[in-house]
Design a protein around this ligand. Structure first.
Ligand code: ADP
Ligand code: MG
Length: 244
């Protein structure tokens, strides 16, 4: 990273559920234009970290600075309006609405409702194209398979107009070819639109060929931060993924 201030800085982030610490003093930064892979096995605290950044959960301690502004504890709609778009690990479309309607709603949400319908629709169509959804945008979301649902989830996040995209398990339920397509899509979103990305997965695979840097969580704590190459050679990372 250069000397420029990071777009996102998470410092000492901590979240407990009852007596269980799901996120334990997590710190990392993301430079503008970077793709950061946030890795770790199931239950290591990745989605909880996203939820604390995106305003779905209130952290118990720690700071979340976006573009230099403290956003920890701010509500989800405000965080979205400030420029953080997120996908959910389990896609959450409105199933009876069309693909276009789903993305239009997201565009309005990201703009705080303050844009005309035509502008929202233009943003929605652009996001749907970027996420490579099928041509019939008037089909309902209920008709999509696993890969289509993941794409729509991405399109909805993009339609909010993010500077920073938090992508949670975009490869879940996809076959090998679909994973490659999804990974290339995330890279293109960064390359062509300059959108900074934090990309969560519990598997390393194709992610390592796309991300600039990797942070690995285990039991809620950061156990590794570095290049994808270094992650593959790190004994702590190998232990988490393969067992001792
Ligand atoms: P990951 O996304 O890395 O698989 P999560 O962040 O979803 O992990 O979960 C981290 C840990 O916190 C898990 O042990 C999970 O069971 C627990 N957890 C997550 N959300 C809640 C919740 N709302 N209440 C209680 N425990 C939770
Ligand atoms: Mg998760």
């Amino acid at each position: 990273m250069s000397g420029a201030a990071p777009l996102l800085r998470v410092a000492g982030l901590t979240k407990r559920f009852g007596g269980f610490t799901a996120v334990d003093q997590v710190s990392f930064s993301v430079a503008e234009g970077e793709i950061l892979g946030l890795l770790g096995p199931n239950g290591s605290g990745k989605s909880t970290t996203f939820n604390c950044i995106a305003g779905a959960l209130r952290p118990m301690a720690g700071r979340v600075l976006f573009d230099g502004q403290e956003i920890a504890g701010r509500p989800a709609d405000e965080v979205c309006r400030r420029g953080i778009g997120r996908t959910f690990q389990i896609p959450r479309p409105f199933r009876r609405l069309t693909l276009l309607e789903n993305a239009v709603l997201a565009a309005h949400y990201g703009a705080g409702g303050a844009i005309p319908r035509a502008e929202a629709e233009a943003r929605a169509r652009d996001a749907l194209r970027l996420a490579q959804l099928p041509d019939d945008l008037h089909a309902t979301a209920a008709g999509l398979g696993a890969a289509g649902l993941k794409k729509l989830e991405l399109a909805r996040a993009l339609a909010t107009g993010p500077r920073l995209l938090l992508a949670d398990e975009s490869l879940g339920g996809l076959d090998a070819a679909e994973m490659r397509t999804a990974a290339d899509m995330l890279r293109r979103i960064r390359d062509e639109r300059g959108i900074t990305i934090v990309w969560v997965e519990h598997i390393m695979g194709v992610l390592l060929s796309v991300v600039d840097r990797v942070v690995v969580l285990d039991h809620g704590a950061v156990i590794f931060e570095g290049t994808p190459q270094a992650a593959q050679e790190d004994p702590k990372v190998a232990e988490v993924y393969l067992g001792p």
